[in-house]
Design a protein around this ligand. Structure first.
Ligand code: ADP
Ligand code: MG
Length: 298
């Protein structure tokens, strides 16, 4: 007996490494006409490394101290940047103190109490909240310099005084450029990039993979607004992402697709489909399978 075409296509997608959760999700693969990608962990491998630790002289801390405080604050976080910071402290063999009162803001960073001080680690937007002065000016200059070099700059403040800036480097996922080109061919429109990272790092990555429409510095709610705007323009949007910060936009998109390997639990749960082996090349493949299946059914 032959299986109904939709079921056999879901099975086929599974063999390509994409877990499609429902027949409706499969149909949406076939009707997608615009693909939006998250950056970190989606178009990049998502295992960034700390490449530079720059000190803000005005704060007077050592490199080891800045790394220790940052790692202490980041330890409870599952964000890839947080894991990189903890790894860097480990590799530098600095003792990481305990922290308390951890909290995190998606798309922004983390805060914790370490050795009696409030330590914040996160996006350069943090610098807008510190007192104006030489430490703020120095930190801003370091951020610009790092971002110019294509790094993601992560700011560390201690009791709201900027103490250091970390430069994080990530690698483009193999096959990203080919996948972008293929999707452009299939959907007739160039994929776009929606990211919480800074515009300079985002544009550099976009250029490497062939994306021209880049929207950077987005908080989770901004990603949702971007998806809704594209839908209002008549697009049927697939959002490919990996993080907690992508879950609301995945829910808003016509089709949410999560990177499975390092994807956050919330992203995996929210998504309509999961790329199990994190191979981007499977996205255009499953679009092709879904289109053929629906042609058979209709
Ligand atoms: P993306 O959309 O590229 O996946 P995110 O939305 O996860 O990026 O993060 C956006 C920005 O927020 C990061 O580039 C970083 O500046 C900051 N950020 C978020 N979480 C953290 C964290 N745990 N540690 C340091 N920075 C963070
Ligand atoms: Mg991400």
């Amino acid at each position: 007996a032959t299986m109904p075409p939709l079921l056999s296509t879901i099975g086929n997608a599974g063999r390509h490494g994409v877990l499609v959760k429902s027949a409706v999700a499969l149909e949406k693969f076939g009707t997608t006409n615009l693909v939006a990608f998250d950056k970190t962990g989606t178009l990049t491998e998502g295992t960034p490394r700390v490449a530079e630790v720059e000190l803000v002289a005005a704060a007077g801390l050592t490199t080891e101290h800045v790394l220790a405080l940052a790692a202490a604050a980041e330890r409870p976080s599952e964000h890839p940047l947080a894991r990189a910071v903890v790894m860097a402290a480990h590799e530098a063999e600095v003792a990481v103190p305990h922290s308390a009162d951890f909290s995190s803001t998606p798309g922004r960073g983390v805060t914790a109490l370490v050795d009696g001080a409030t330590v914040r680690v996160g996006s350069p937007v943090l610098l807008d909240g510190v007192s104006p002065g030489p430490a703020q000016a120095q930190a801003r200059a370091v951020v610009s310099h790092l971002e110019e070099a294509g790094r993601t700059a992560v700011v560390v403040t201690v009791d709201d005084v900027p103490a250091g800036v970390l430069g994080l480097a990530d690698r483009v996922r193999p096959g990203a450029a080919e996948t972008v080109a293929k999707l452009k061919e299939l959907t007739g429109r160039s994929p776009i990039l929606l990211t919480g990272d800074n515009a300079r790092a985002a544009r550099r990555l976009a250029q490497e993979v062939g994306i021209t429409d880049v929207r950077a510095g987005l908080l989770p709610a901004d990603k949702v607004a971007a998806v809704r705007g594209l839908q209002a323009d008549g697009h049927r949007v697939m959002l490919v992402g990996d993080g907690v910060n992508d879950a609301p936009a995945m829910a808003a998109a016509d089709l949410g697709l999560a990177m499975g390997r390092n994807g956050s639990d919330l992203a995996l749960e929210t998504a309509d489909a999961v790329i199990v082996r994190d191979e981007l090349a499977t996205v255009p493949k499953v679009i092709g399978l879904a289109r053929r299946a629906h042609r058979v059914v209709k």
